[in-house]
Each structure stands twice: as C-alpha cells, then as structure tokens.
Design a protein around this ligand. Structure first.
Ligand SMILES: NC(=O)c1ccc[n+]([C@@H]2O[C@H](COP(=O)([O-])OP(=O)(O)OC[C@H]3O[C@@H](n4cnc5c(N)ncnc54)[C@H](O)[C@@H]3O)[C@@H](O)[C@H]2O)c1
Length: 306
C-alpha cells in the first residue's frame, strides 16, 4: 500500500513509518523538520521536506504522489504554547489538515488515519475516559484536535473518505524530543543522562497514562486494515504519578537524586487515563509494553546517546 505519513521525521510517526516499511508498505514522508529530525527518517521512505500550512506545495505533493492512505501526524503539539498563541496552533492543526483533505478528496484517498489526543480531549472528568464521554477540550491544542475529528467526519459524510482518529494518551519512547513542555519521561531521562537534576512541577501527584511508542505504532498498523470509522482511545487505562515516573527513571539510571518540587504549572489537568476497550474490540489492540519495560528501554536509549 502507498502511504503518505505527515510528521514522519518526528517522534511517534517515525516509529509508525518503521512499522509500515517493515510490513512491506511504500511510504512517503512529508515533514517541515520544525521539531522532527533527519536522524529519525527511515532510509527506505521517500522524504519530502514541506510544510502542511503551505497549501499549494502540500496539495501538489498529494496530487503527484497519489497515496492510498494518508497518515496525519504533523502538528503543533505544545499545549502551553497553544494557550499563548491559539492562532499558531490552529494554523498548523486545523488549516494544515484542511490543506491536506482538500487534495485528498480529489484523488480520492481510501483512508485517513489521524493522530488525535486522548489526554487533552475529555477535560476534567472521572477516569478512565471512554470515547462515549463528551469531548470537552480545555486548551486550544485539544480544541484543534477535536476540530480535526469533526472535519474528518465531514469529509467522510460528504466525500465518503473513511477515517480513524487515534486518541493517544501520553506517548513515550526513544526519539521523543526532551526539549518540549511534555514528555516528562524523555525530559527526566535526558537531564539525568547529562548529569543534571530534574525538578518536579507541583507536588507530583498528578497522574497520566503512559503508552509506549511501539504499541502506538502497532495501532497505526492495525488501523490500516480496519473498516471502522471514528475515534479510538489508545492508552493503557493505568494512571502513573509524576513522582512515580521520577523514581522509576532515577532507579533505572542507577543514580541518587533528591526529589525537588517547584511551582505547579497553572491549568494542569489532575488525572488522565484512557479506556482502550473499544480499540481492543475493533482493532484487536492492547498495550503490550509495561511501564517498567518501557522506561528501561527509554533510559537505555538516552544512556547510549550521552
Ligand atoms: N507525544 C504524545 O504524547 C502525543 C499524544 C497525543 C497525540 N500526539 C500527536 O501525535 C503527533 C506526533 O507527535 P510527536 O509527539 O511525535 O511530536 P513531534 O514534534 O516529534 O512530531 C511532529 C512532527 O511534525 C512535524 N511538523 C510539525 N508541524 C509541521 C508542519 N506545519 N508541516 C510539516 N511538518 C510539521 C515536525 O517537524 C515533527 O517531525 C502529533 O499530531 C501530536 O499531536 C502526541
């Protein structure tokens, strides 16, 4: 199958590309390298450096490549920055998607897979979050991802383009950018590997659902074969506190670092975890990499680089 992967030089989508290539698919990567890197590119994929906000360029690429599937991961991903600059977030995450879909409908592509968010989609509700719960995103980033899903539903209704929106929890693994505001496992691991002492925002009791990147890549592989149209949570239904993450990374790194807490970031969600029963029923997907195993792999990766 010919698949165009946007954001394929980034953290998650580079693992998706690797899984697609390993499964024998032909892959074209489109990325503007704003947060992605040449180092993440699979050499067997064709790489086109382009920005999805550049309508003429991205549409010319889609028209000439004529992919059967578009896997859309390119996005602006910083929740905090989306609050400061919602226009920037919407330009990349909403206008960028529309630039792609307006060309995709002409071909037409057979399917679109969309990287959405589970963590920033549901708002403050009782965990675990299910897809049946009302989407009430509390940030421009979450809103732009929900808007993306509503647009994809529109293209499905009007132009019969099937889509699956994969609502990820907090994804972690090798290649995650440790310089952003999220990805606390990457941030802690890189800082400790560089001999620095990371600090914990707030009292560290906030919880997140950490899903390992190879499990996420497998969901993207399974989604290629499914006739389902709609939204699926991809998470572990397990809540892990920032303090637990800190202790786990410190232990795996084999260092002794005092736990220091600094001021809480305003507006932080307190808890988050995703029920993945629907993905299990529809895709046959369950998370396979345990948190202990995953952190071990990440720590080894950061240690091998330092
Ligand atoms: N990391 C997570 O925990 C998480 C959770 C939920 C959803 N997601 C979604 O998964 C996707 C990938 O996230 P990631 O963590 O791998 O981030 P990332 O920053 O590593 O990947 C994003 C990629 O998109 C590229 N990109 C950004 N804007 C672009 C543009 N305008 N045109 C072309 N390329 C552009 C970047 O260069 C980068 O390679 C995003 O859509 C993100 O919203 C991530």
């Amino acid at each position: 199958m010919k698949i165009l992967v946007t954001g394929g030089a980034g953290f998650i989508a580079s693992h998706v590309v690797d899984a697609y290539i390993a499964a024998g698919h032909e892959v074209v990567v489109v990325d503007n390298l704003s947060t992605g890197s040449h180092n993440n590119l699979n050499p067997q994929a064709k790489f086109i450096e382009a920005d999805i906000t550049d309508k003429d360029t991205i549409q010319a690429i889609i028209r000439s490549e004529r992919p059967e599937v578009i896997n859309h991961h390119a996005a602006h991903i910083q929740v905090g920055y989306s609050v400061k600059n919602p226009q920037f977030d919407a330009t990349h995450n909403i206008i960028g998607l529309l630039n792609i879909m307006e060309a995709a409908k002409e071909i037409p592509v057979k399917k679109v897979l969309f990287a959405a968010t589970g963590g920033a989609m549901y708002g403050n509700k009782q965990t675990p979050f299910t897809e049946e719960m009302k989407a009430e995103p509390l940030s421009p980033y979450g809103i732009s991802k929900r808007a993306g899903e509503l647009y994809l539903n529109y293209y499905h209704e009007l132009y019969q383009i099937p889509y699956i929106s994969l609502r990820y929890s907090n994804v972690y693994g090798p290649r995650q950018n440790p310089h952003g505001e999220s990805g606390v496992i990457a941030i802690f691991s890189e800082m400790i590997a560089e001999g620095k002492s990371p600090k914990i925002n707030g009292d560290g009791t906030h919880t997140r659902d950490y899903v390992y990147v190879s499990d996420v890549a497998r969901a993207n592989l399974l989604a290629l074969e499914s006739d389902f149209v709609g939204e699926l949570n991809i998470g572990t239904k397990t809540e892990i506190s920032t303090n637990e993450v800190f202790r786990k990374v410190v232990t795996e790194m084999g260092v002794s670092i005092e736990e220091v807490h600094i001021e809480e970031r305003p507006g932080e969600q307190v808890t988050s975890s995703l029920d993945y029963a629907k993905a299990q029923a529809i895709l046959g997907w369950t998370p396979e990499v345990s948190f202990d195993e995953g952190v071990k792999k990440v720590v080894q990766w950061y240690q091998s680089r330092s």
